[in-house]
Design a protein around this ligand. Structure first.
Ligand SMILES: [Zn+2]
Length: 280
């Protein structure tokens, strides 16, 4: 996976190497530069066998709702803290893959939600204290079937925040369908067309056709996160949401998802502990 075209020396371009088996190194025959298989990848400096990583990749991809680090640690036979770090490093690789994909385009449905609780009180529960506000955007086919998902933690449902999400995630010219909440109009600042649909409140609104998929997706995500993680700190919410979207976007390619998620960390820069635990 790392050197599909064969290994070329990063220093001199040489193509013949000897393998120092005891130190897991390749040494260039021409200039003696030593190259380590995992250097410059997410696996760099790991003390675990790569087979343990591959098992982690398998377990992380097999459940739609993800897997807690406690359960992952149990399955891999490593401590929970180790499993947590592996999971977060792999989630960083997922995020890198998602970021490399084209922006959402065509027809996109957008909606607001909170992580950490149900929509209670008031019409839609907007402004709920202590919860993490997120924007969900689903690219759909013209027949309104979901294609790709983007989930973003925002500071609130404000125009500036929505504009930021739209500029990052939506291609200019995208047709954005939303409910009538005023903050959504700022998708126009990202060159999108905005189609506000006033749905009203209640059960009928949630199942109303233009929002059916977004609401289904949001409902599933909240169930997933509530069921798998009893508490997701706001600091790590984005990482979990992105990993959920990663799997959602590949739900039709599940037979190759293990190989895909093995490829991602090989082609993602190292994610040391201080990076993984830093504030988003
Ligand atoms: Zn060389």
């Amino acid at each position: 996976m790392r050197w599909r075209e064969g290994l070329a020396c990063p220093a001199c371009g040489g193509r013949s190497f000897c393998e120092l088996r005891t130190r897991r190194l390749f040494q260039c025959n021409r200039c003696k530069k030593q190259v380590r298989l995992t250097a410059g990848t997410v696996f760099q400096d790991t003390k675990l066998p790569l087979t343990t990583w591959f098992a982690a990749i398998y377990h992380l991809t097999q459940s739609k709702n993800g897997i807690s680090s406690i359960e992952l640690g149990r399955r891999l036979g490593v401590k929970q803290g180790t499993a947590w770090l592996m999971k977060h490093k792999l989630m960083r690789a997922m995020a890198a893959r998602e970021a490399a994909k084209p922006k959402l385009a065509g027809r996109v449905e957008i909606d607001d939600a909170y992580l950490g609780g149900e929509r209670t009180g008031g019409k839609r529960g907007r402004g709920a204290a202590g919860k993490t506000p997120i924007v969900a955007a689903v690219e759909t086919t013209p027949e309104r079937k979901p294609r790709r998902l983007r989930l973003s933690v925002v500071k609130g449902f404000r125009k500036k925040e929505v504009e930021k999400v739209a500029k990052r995630d939506f291609a200019p010219g995208t047709n954005v369908v939303s409910d009538g909440l005023s903050c959504w109009s700022s998708v126009e600042k990202a060159g999108c067309e905005h189609f506000p649909m006033v749905t009203g409140a209640g059960k009928k609104a949630a199942t109303w056709a233009p929002f059916r998929w977004v609401n289904t997706a949001l409902g599933n995500i909240k169930t997933a996160i509530a069921g798998t993680y009893h508490h997701v700190s706001p600091k790590h919410a984005q990482a979990y949401l992105t990993s959920y979207a990663y799997r959602f976007d590949r739900r039709r390619q599940l037979d190759s998802i293990v190989e895909r998620l093995a490829w991602a960390p090989v082609h993602t820069a190292p994610q040391p502990y201080r990076v993984v635990t830093a504030d988003a």
